[in-house]
Design a protein around this ligand. Structure first.
Ligand SMILES: Nc1ncnc2c1ncn2[C@@H]1O[C@H](COP(=O)(O)OP(=O)(O)OP(=O)(O)O)[C@@H](O)[C@H]1O
Ligand SMILES: [Mg+2]
Length: 273
């Protein structure tokens, strides 16, 4: 899909454009023998091999404590593997990897616009430019009207959308989300699932999404990887046989329910190993 939104226009005007313009096409990630043993001696990830295609949307599932967050932090470069290597299909600069946590982590004393603009501020982008880009990112998550409000004046779903806008403002090639919508009510979560999927289709970045919810994984992703209990090993690596265009009605179709069941059975196997 051609990129012609307001964020593109804003990026074209700024210094980050050359670094990030092709970032939107997504970056591939390859893990070879990745292992993480914490200083406590706990092995959180055990010799993991994984190849993620550029532009993929992959859901990570697995029991609590199996090592999903550890894995995401390793891929983000926030932590280093004890053994093995993580490589990218092309240079992924710090600015082109974005992380969304379960807690939105907004700065309460900053307005929504200034929160969304933070990564650009850290990258040294001028004030006018970063405000334009942050506004465009807020428009993409449907929050332009809330730009001058403070986080305390927002609902939980709105705060999470600010967090998403802040992640998107740098046009990441790789977007990592760790149970981002877990604390939200079902309606809000489904709305954000739809927005995230639409943004992925529009922007084409690689998305790795950790969730405990089978229906969310099935609805969002093209591929689901189910891990065993700690240390994380791959129990199932499953391509979801569902249409590219997804809407609510899909959730109650036999094809969708069959995919959910497949993932459920893999989770049960992972718990037993
Ligand atoms: N900094 C740390 N130091 C020591 N152990 C850690 C550290 N971070 C995580 N662990 C341990 O590593 C294991 C994996 O933790 P991790 O947070 O990656 O699991 P998870 O799959 O994300 O779980 P959840 O689904 O509950 O979020 C757990 O046993 C946890 O206690
Ligand atoms: Mg976790």
């Amino acid at each position: 899909m051609p990129r012609s939104g307001p964020l593109d226009a804003a990026l074209s005007a700024g210094g980050l454009h050359s670094r990030l313009s092709d970032a939107a096409s997504g970056v591939g990630v390859t893990l070879r023998g990745v292992r993480r043993i914490y200083p406590t001696g706990l092995e959180a990830v055990a010799s993991l091999d994984l190849t993620i295609e550029a532009g993929a949307f992959v859901a990570f599932l697995g029991p609590s404590g199996c090592g999903k967050s550890t894995l995401l932090r390793l891929i983000a470069g926030l932590d280093q593997p004890t053994d093995g290597s993580i490589t990218f299909s092309r240079a992924a600069s710090g600015a082109s990897v974005a992380f969304v946590f379960q807690d939105p982590h907004l700065m309460p004393w900053r307005r929504v616009l200034e929160n969304a603009a933070l990564p650009l501020e850290l990258a040294g982008v001028g004030e006018r430019d970063r405000k334009d880009r942050a506004m465009a990112a807020l428009e993409e998550v449907g929050l332009a009207d809330a730009a001058v409000r403070y986080p305390r004046e927002l609902s939980g779903g709105m705060r999470m959308r600010v967090s998403l806008a802040r992640a998107l403002v740098t046009r990441p090639a790789l977007l990592l989300l760790d149970e981002p919508f877990a604390a939200l009510d079902e309606l809000t979560r489904r709305m954000l699932d739809d927005q995230l999927r639409a943004l992925w289709q529009k922007l084409g970045m690689t998305v790795l999404f950790v969730t405990h919810t089978l229906s969310e994984a099935s609805y969002l992703a093209e591929r689901a990887i189910v891990f065993s209990k700690s240390p994380a090993r791959v129990v199932a690596d499953h391509t979801l046989a569902l249409p590219r265009e997804r809407e609510h009605a899909l959730r109650s179709t036999p094809a969708f329910l069959a995919e959910e069941q497949t993932l459920y059975e893999a989770l049960v196997r992972g718990e037993a190993t």
